[in-house]
Design a protein around this ligand. Structure first.
Ligand code: ADP
Length: 849
């Protein structure tokens, strides 16, 4: 085993322990070996980890005595996408952290073929501030030479001459296919370079095999095996923003708009945009209309107009076709909508082609997190790979980051494109992931609400009460809209209980503005992109409103089921209702909760709707604040985040903006840790050579400490800085609840809400005894790892809930804290007493929401 590999293997068990402890151990070995003058010591320092950039720099002087460092290169290739710079930053810093040299190959494969200045070693500071940059800062290109063996031969030579052992490629399926070909050909390329005398045997000896790991950077979300590609949610966010703008003008003039979005073989963007904006009609390549699309679209649009809608939005993917494979163009759609002949729709119609706007701008929080966590995982994967390991790419399934065989995914993606070309549309849908199929069904439900053909038999139809509980969160309205749509389509009777349980208890009479009201679909249909909660919301628990009164009201209104949307209060409310069932038989109806809170602190799920909206608000806020320091450069902002007693939002925002430190309630705070962080800031500013003008950010959750708050910390830093740098506090407050919900929150809200009503449907009407016995009759829907599940309340109440702290007992995201610290170069600090985070096993693969 090569020395460095051996030492990495040796240090790996410490990975399981939390990083600071590992560093202490490493520091001990370091000092011991250095004193012994052993060359092994140097390698140990290199192979183990040195987060602090200053010590990294110090470590390099001794490196020459040891086995050579592993050199890891990263490149971006093919079409650019937001989040690629996050990947490059994460790979560079993780590689340095793991004791390797980091390289960037500029301009994709073109740079690899050209060599020379296109392949550059990167230092820790070179990637500072990259998280907030769109596109890719190391360039990308399409390279014809790499399609030929001769080009790949030159690329191999350049890699060996630069001593690069492993390559991480972020690109689309084309780039990843090229990567796999390069790796499989590698031994023969090396032999050829020796045979034709371009390199010697000694030169190629350390490079007998090449490790490659792929990361999927693409706005189309067109690779099989992963739920999301890096950049797709940013593109979707941009599309939804544009559609939201267009809707306002469409509605004013009662116009129709045909909006063309990207996607040659893949309709993910068009489908999700349709779901998130509540578009009237969509065209996607994978699923053309069964019959004549012209007739289908005319029927739907006419129905919606008859209902009273003032606007018509049609979203078309650029690769849309009809069942015969003939391309459907925006102009054809427009002509049909604008047709003034007898029986025509005669709508004032405009076409908007969104084009490259969809690729542009900075990455949304999700893409920054995805790019970062996947970049970290990619470095681990290349270091762990052996000649026998199959080439992998890093995927995400629901909420879990996983390694998957690269070529299988590429082949499946190609098969999908071929299925579309061959007009085998059933196969095309099968090759898409479950979420795509789910969302397609969701979309069809919400756009075909008034169609009678899917109604349940009379006796199976239920009267379902809708209650929003707690603070408003982005996506609540989208959830209610989707659930109402599904209810109407199935023949159920959805009823709004306005202003939570408080409203129910106090204003339940029959006056026109009483709390219990039927939904008006025409109104509800416009809620897809609305922030806040249109049916109101209230924090009051049923016990506060009066349990007997609530039970009587449920009886009085003859509800067969309750659908709750909300955060921890909603969780508490449903728990109270479940426990009161013995006393009040009217409560023996199925109830389910869709978690919706910016704090993401509901037990039973790793993701609550609204948390993505909040993260985006925070990330953009931090970007702006960091930029505001560019005149002075030397400024630290201490920003207070919401989140109750859950540090989720602070930590994930910290990951997405590259915070210098994050303070959470789970970890707590102490004087020693603050001291360590202040000392680190002093060192950072001492060594700062002005590479980036942006300020630095520290995030503190509102309940991280009873003593230290943003203002106090900023004052301490300012005082300690002695005018060498400045510090300011900043409190975004309710801005974090967001205006317009994020595209991801809207899409997930729709999918999960429909699943909730389907779950309630399982219990049917008048099944009191059966309901009481079945623990699943009061449950929480959640994303857990790679699955969407309903967890019975009784299980969560007993073993999954930290009641005093109003959060789940096990927070899936705690491991991410180490990644935040590692990537910002935060040195080890003393953990406060009773810190939860030190006790939780490190697991950065989980917890991306
Ligand atoms: P994307 O990665 O976004 O799908 P492309 O399909 O244009 O973009 O691929 C980017 C680059 O990857 C190409 O210009 C080429 O250099 C390389 N590449 C793509 N397919 C192959 C292949 N089959 N063999 C070798 N190289 C390839």
């Amino acid at each position: 085993m090569p020395l460095v590999t051996y030492l990495q293997f040796f240090s790996r068990p410490f990975d399981i322990l939390f990083t600071p402890f590992r560093r202490i151990v490493v520091a001990f070995w370091h000092s011991l070996f250095v004193r012994l003058g052993s060359s092994i010591a140097c390698a140990s320092v290199l192979a183990s980890t040195t987060t602090n950039p200053a010590s990294v720099a110090a470590g390099t002087s001794t490196a020459t005595m040891a086995a050579p460092k592993k050199k890891i290169a990263v490149m971006t290739s093919g079409g650019d996408s937001p989040g690629m710079t996050a990947v490059v930053r994460a790979v560079v810093r993780t590689a340095i952290h793991m004791g390797c040299d980091a390289y960037c190959v500029y301009e994709g494969y073109e740079g690899l073929v050209q060599g020379g200045d296109f392949i550059r070693q990167m230092e820790w500071h070179d990637v500072r501030g990259w998280l907030s940059e769109g596109g890719t800062l190391i360039g990308t290109a399409r390279c014809m030479a790499f399609f030929e063996r001769a080009g790949r031969l030159t690329a191999a030579k350049n890699m060996i001459l630069n001593g690069i052992h492993a390559l991480i490629i972020c690109g689309g399926d084309g780039s990843l296919t090229g990567a796999d070909k390069f790796r499989s050909e590698w031994p023969s390329l090396v032999d050829e370079l020796v045979a034709n005398g371009e390199l010697t045997k000694d030169q190629v000896a350390p490079f007998t095999h090449l490790n490659i790991v792929g990361l999927v950077g693409s706005i189309d979300n067109d690779l099989s095996g992963t739920d999301a590609t890096i950049g797709c949610y940013s593109a979707l966010a941009r599309i939804c923003e544009m559609v939201d703008y267009i809707e306002a003008t469409a509605s004013s003039h009662s116009r129709a708009f045909v909006i063309e979005v990207m996607g040659r073989h893949c309709g993910w963007l068009a489908l999700m945009a349709g779901v998130a904006t509540g578009a009237d009609f969509i065209f996607i390549p994978e699923r053309p209309q069964d019959q004549d699309w012209k007739a289908d679209m005319s029927t739907v649009v006419r129905r919606h107009r008859k209902m009273g809608k003032r606007k018509t939005i049609v979203i078309v993917a650029e690769g849309a076709r009809d069942r015969d494979g003939t391309k459907i163009t925006p102009t054809e759609i427009k002509d049909l909508l604008a047709d003034k002949s007898e029986g025509g729709l005669a709508l004032d119609t405009r076409i908007t082609t969104l084009g490259h706007v969809q690729r542009g701008g900075t990455a949304v929080a999700y893409d920054r997190m995805l790019g970062t966590l996947q970049g970290v995982e990619a470095v681990k994967a290349v270091l762990e790979a052996t000649p026998e390991t199959e080439t992998c790419f890093i995927a995400i399934n629901e909420n879990k980051i996983v390694r998957k065989p690269l070529m299988k995914a590429v082949q499946e993606s190609k098969a999908l494109a071929k299925a579309v070309d061959d007009k085998d549309f059933d196969m095309a849908m099968q090759l898409r992931d479950t979420e795509f199929a789910d969302q397609y069904k969701s979309y069809m439900t919400t756009t075909n609400v008034m169609v009678d053909d899917r109604k349940l038999p009379e006796k199976a139809r239920m009267k379902i009460g809708f209650v929003n509980v707690g603070a408003p969160a982005g996506g609540m309205n989208a959830a209610v809209r989707a659930a109402v749509a599904y209810c109407i389509a199935r023949g159920h009777e959805p009823v709004a209980i306005h202003n939570g349980f408080a409203g129910f208890a106090r204003h339940h009479d029959d006056k026109p503005l009483g709390a219990v009201r039927p939904f008006d679909w025409l109104e509800v249909d416009g809620w897809a992109s609305k922030g806040g909660s249109e049916i109101g919301t209230n924090r009051e628990l049923p016990s506060d409103s009066g349990m007997e009164l609530i039970a009587n009201l449920i009886e009085q209104y003859e509800f067969d089921a309750l659908f709750l949307v909300g955060g921890f209060e909603a969780f508490h409310a449903i728990s109270q209702l479940r426990k009161a069932r013995d006393e009040y038989p009217s409560l023996c109806i199925p109830m389910t909760l869709l978690p919706a809170t910016i704090s993401n602190n509901v037990p039973g799920t790793e993701y609550s709707i609204g948390s993505d909206t909040c993260l985006n608000e925070l990330v953009y806020y931090c970007d702006k604040i960091k930029q505001s320091a560019s005149a002075t450069r030397r400024r630290v902002f201490v920003i207070e985040t919401q989140g109750g007693r859950s540090g989720y939002v602070a930590t994930l925002a910290g990951l997405a903006v590259g915070a210098s430190a994050v303070y959470t309630p789970e970890e707590g705070m102490s004087l020693e840790m603050l001291n360590a962080d202040v000392n680190h800031l002093k060192e950072v500013f001492r060594n700062d050579k002005g590479q980036s003008r942006a300020g630095r950010v520290i995030l503190i959750n509102e309940k991280a400490s009873k003593v230290y708050d943003a203002k106090l910390i900023a004052s301490i830093i300012r005082d300690e800085a002695h005018d060498r740098f400045e510090s300011r506090e900043s409190i975004p407050g309710h801005v974090q609840q967001g205006g317009v919900p994020s595209a991801m929150d809207r899409c997930r809200a729709v999918r999960l809400a429909i699943k909730c009503i389907k779950h309630l449907e399982l219990f049917g009407r008048n099944a009191r005894n059966h309901v009481k016995r079945d623990p699943a009759s009061t449950s929480v829907i959640g994303i857990q790892g790679s699955e969407v599940v309903f967890t019975p309340m009784v299980d969560l109440e007993e073993s999954g809930t930290d009641w005093p702290n109003r959060r789940p007992k096990a927070a899936h995201w705690l491991g991410i804290r180490n990644t935040v610290d590692m990537l910002s170069g935060r040195p080890p600090y003393p953990k406060p007493e009773k810190s939860l985070t030190g006790l939780i096993a490190k697991d950065t693969k989980r917890g991306l929401a």
